[in-house]
Design a protein around this ligand. Structure first.
Ligand code: UDP
Ligand code: MG
Length: 210
């Protein structure tokens, strides 16, 4: 009888621990669940070219192209712009400085070629080096557009990059892809596959629960 009571009591305690999500006694892990490898490493879902697609878990592998334009480089804003994406929690997977050719710029801005400002835009973008980057993370395309702010700095909110560092649409400091498809096209235009580095961010589990 006493044995049966003990058996019932033990089962009740175990059920209670299970209900609270606690491990069975003697099975405690030294790594908390939120920091475990399972929680940290999403499966790799790179596309055939090695560029991530929006199909990653909850878009964690989504990528975008960010460029510090020649005015931003001249005004020594590269560090502050990189810092904003790092501190937000995104992962840098590619970065380089170059003087963009007319050919590259005309492909990059092909959809604006009929706009009256197009010749000035190309002149501006080829006036000095640019720093181009690929950033990765959940919803990075949309979030980075919000971080960059309105195309016209006069309309850009304070706290956005354009709202904090620029005043005129012809010198708006930074570029950000405007869609996931556009980002994939731009990344392939500016970067070769081997220039992009896939790496594990050690604080992944502090940024995501996937
Ligand atoms: N631009 C300009 N005058 C305009 C509109 C755009 O000089 O009236 C330039 C500006 O540098 C802008 C770029 O063209 O960033 C590309 O324009 P888009 O509409 O794609 O804006 P974005 O995506 O950069 O916000
Ligand atoms: Mg655009």
């Amino acid at each position: 009888m006493v044995l049966f009571q003990r058996y019932l009591l033990r089962n009740l305690v175990l059920q209670g621990r299970r209900h609270l999500g606690l491990p069975r006694p003697g099975k405690e892990s030294s790594t908390p669940a939120w920091a475990s490898d399972k929680a940290r490493s999403p499966p790799s879902r790179s596309g055939s070219l090695g560029y991530s697609t929006s199909s990653g878990i909850a878009g964690v592998k989504e990528r975008t192209l960010i460029a510090v334009k020649p005015d931003g480089v001249q005004r020594r804003l590269v560090g502050q712009i990189v810092q904003r994406f790092e501190q937000r929690g995104f992962r840098l997977v590619g970065l380089k400085m170059l003087k963009a050719s007319d050919d590259l710029l005309s492909q990059h801005y092909h959809d604006l070629s009929k706009k009256p400002f197009y010749p000035n835009l190309l002149r501006y973008m080829s006036s000095g080096p640019v720093v181009v980057m690929v950033w990765e993370g959940h919803n990075v395309v949309r979030t980075s557009r919000m971080m960059v702010g309105n195309t016209n700095p006069a309309e850009a909110h304070a706290g956005t990059i354009r709202g904090d560092f620029s005043i005129h649409i012809s010198r708006n400091v930074v570029h950000a892809s405007d869609s996931v498809e556009g980002a994939q096209r731009e990344i392939q235009l500016w970067f070769s596959r081997k220039e992009l580095t896939d790496w594990d961010c050690c604080d992944h589990s502090s940024t995501y629960q996937v």
